[in-house]
Design a binder for this molecule. Sequence first.
Ligand SMILES: [Mg+2]
Length: 226
Amino acid sequence: MFRAVLFDLDDTLYDSSGSSQRLRDAALDAMIAAGLGASSKEHAKRVLRTIIKKHGSNSEHHFDYLCKHFKVHDPAKVIAAGIVAYHEMKVSLHTFPDTVPTLLSLIKRGYHLGLVTNGIPVKQWDKILRLRIEEYFDVILVSDSSKTSTRKDVLIKKALSQLQVRPREAVFVGDKLDADIESANRCGLYSVRILHGSHKERQPARENQRSKAQIHTLKELLKLLA
Ligand SMILES: [Mg+2]
């Protein structure tokens, strides 16, 4: 009998891949309008993708590198235009339509809920607060991905101990095969893979990356746990 459900954040409770794309799109439109000098938006997008690949998605200088690439003579205004558009778009961050109803149904059924996420802690909390989901969880654990490995084993074990739930009494829902599913399997939880975002086409690289169940949307969880 399951007593707790632990969730990953990005691409599990909200459309992280899609919203990153929308934020960057808005920033590029504004930067082009402010004089970036790219021949087309597609061209600017390609260059930005290369920059993100090279410097990592959490670098704070993507727009500086972009201006450098296009040899913008006076980049301050163009960079600011990108930052403003990015932040204005960020205000509209929201969960999947079925996220809150699913969490509420699970709470009603008596499950303890946990949120465990890796990343830059302030950035992860920024998202949790913007999404207004803090109140639904009995425990929220955020680890610093720059200091620890991307494995969530430590977080999962800590969350279970705080909830006073044994691994076999818990479900873990996440999108990544290595960070989520493999960690959950290793810890002995019932692993559920949500097929969403940039990782949804990936195939398990080893047996331990196979989830016990797969869902396409969060609300399928309610049937799965019925
Ligand atoms: Mg994720």
